[in-house]
Design a protein around this ligand. Structure first.
Ligand code: GDP
Ligand code: GDP
Length: 455
């Protein structure tokens, strides 16, 4: 076993922290927001609009994750032929921090709505490769929250309502910032990225007692020799195990029961369900281990439904395949089609955890699921598919989706702005079109519908 090499055991300063640039036209509340994020009055709040500041980089942290906030001092797109002005100089420097930042937060003002300058800033940001979040500021109370939907027009995804002044919504914004930060530090100065790697994916191994979870887990660890470290999970007795694999570091969530043999008692089934659901909540992917000698049981079905509803992709492992004769194999395969049909084309692997047979396909399968899961689709493409889908098959009774955007990537979540309620069947139709157009395979897709008055 390798000595513990915790990602955060790296001495401070030996790697560059991810950067978050805050941009927006003057007076929208960037400084106020930065003060909020920094938790102290570090950035200067300008008394008058447009007061220029030097670019500043300030250390910040949220939920234990450290990053650098870059103050862009009122970034505006450069106006042609005006390169000598103070504004142009500020903009050039700000533009540099905007380009280099890992995540950009564009701040806008709910009280003024979208201005020409906002459109200019957004236009520049839409061309950016990295993530951009829109914070619509000065939403000081709930009743002003609907003001944010206008900002969807900026084409940068779902806006976040915040009140920098009162702190409202800033936590949610920061959660989204963290979720958009790079998973590992690609800019390690000495190129020794391996030591600074962070976990690429969290996997829950779930299934009924005796399905073979422990056997599988021990085999996965055995084949990927270096167990990097164990980490306490969230509950008192949960233990996560981080393993180095060809996919990078993989965290197996709540492996406590799989490391010491769990006692089987009457409550085991119920308890294992609760435990499995808690593990799934903390995971990117669930491996559902089914005892193929028993078949797909009602309990397996319930578990799969709950995982699916939580938006977590599933790989089904039909275990103990070595014990089945041809007839039993056919019966179990039919079971999967019947009892787990709602999983769509989720991967189903037939394995023997005991012998390792069939397991070589697992990591490549996980790689595919992760790649699909993390994809983010440009807003224009989403709307193109939406337009074609509606042209081919309009919704009944004059219902129409005006605009759609992908809010989150994990799992792909599309927000549809519709003039009225859409029937479920129509939503399923749209989901299918999105799935086909973007090749999303078995990844769960969420559709959220928001009502808007027609345009
Ligand atoms: P910057 O030019 O974008 O850095 O904007 P500032 O942070 O200097 O804020 C501009 C003005 O908006 C100041 O008067 C702030 O007090 C005010 N402001 C900032 N955030 C909020 C907010 O959440 N709600 C309200 N009502 N006013 C805000
Ligand atoms: P858990 O309760 O889900 O962790 O299940 P275990 O990993 O403890 O396995 C339960 C029993 O099934 C043990 O006796 C294992 O040796 C056996 N087992 C697990 N996987 C296989 C397999 O692929 N083939 C066979 N023949 N037995 C297996």
């Amino acid at each position: 076993m390798a000595s513990p090499r915790l990602p955060d055991a790296v001495p401070p300063g030996s790697r560059s922290l991810p950067t978050v640039a805050v941009v927006g036209r003057p007076n929208v509340g960037k400084s106020t927001l930065m003060n909020r994020i920094l938790g102290r009055r570090e950035a200067v709040v300008a008394e008058q609009p447009g007061v220029t500041r030097d670019r500043k980089e300030m250390p910040a942290s949220w939920q234990g994750r450290e990053f650098t906030v870059v103050d862009t001092g009122g970034w505006l797109p450069r106006s042609a032929g005006d390169d000598s002005s103070m504004e142009a100089k500020v903009s050039a420097q700000s533009e540099k921090s905007m380009t280099e930042a890992d995540v950009v937060v564009m701040v806008a003002d709910s009280q003024t709505g979208i201005t020409g300058d906002d459109e200019g800033v957004a236009g520049r940001l839409r061309g950016r490769a990295g993530p951009v979040l829109v914070a619509v500021n000065k939403v000081d109370d709930e009743k002003h929250e609907s003001l944010i939907w206008e900002f969807i027009r900026l084409g940068l995804g779902d806006p976040f309502p915040v009140s920098a002044l009162h702190g409202r919504g800033v936590g949610d914004l920061l959660d989204a910032v963290l979720a958009s930060l790079p998973q590992d530090s690609p800019r390690a100065p000495d190129g020794r990225g391996a030591d600074e790697e962070s976990v690429t994916v969290s996997v829950a191994v779930v299934g009924r007692p005796n399905a073979g979870k422990s056997t599988l887990f021990n085999r996965l660890i055995g084949e990927n020799r270096s167990v990097v470290h164990d980490q306490p999970g969230t509950t008192r007795d949960a233990i996560d195990t981080v393993v180095r694999t060809e996919l990078g570091l993989v965290r197996f969530v709540d492996t406590a029961g799989m490391r010491r043999r769990a006692r089987i008692d009457q409550a085991a089934e119920y308890y294992s369900l609760l435990r499995a659901l808690a593990a799934v909540d903390r995971s990117d992917i669930a491996l559902l281990v089914v005892d193929a000698t028993v078949g797909v049981t009602h309990q397996d079905q319930r578990l799969a439904e709950r995982i699916d509803a939580a938006g977590c992709p599933i790989v089904v492992l039909l275990n103990k395949w070595d014990l089945l004769d041809a007839e039993a194999k056919a019966a179990v395969s039919a079971d999967v089609g019947r009892r787990l049909h709602f999983l769509g084309d989720a991967a189903v692997l037939r394995i023997s955890a005991l012998s390792g047979k069939g397991l070589s396909r697992l990591l490549p399968e996980l790689r595919g699921v992760i790649a699909e899961y993390r994809r983010r689709i440009p807003t224009q493409a989403v709307n193109r598919v939406l337009r074609d889908a509606q042209a081919a098959h309009p919704a009944p009774d004059g219902a129409r989706v005006l605009y759609a955007t992908q809010g989150a990537a994990d799992p792909p979540t599309f927000t549809l702005f519709a003039n009225r309620t859409l029937p479920r069947t129509y939503l399923r139709y749209l989901e299918r079109r999105f799935r086909e157009a973007f090749d999303l395979g078995s990844v769960p897709i969420k559709l959220r519908v928001r009502r808007r008055s027609g345009e």
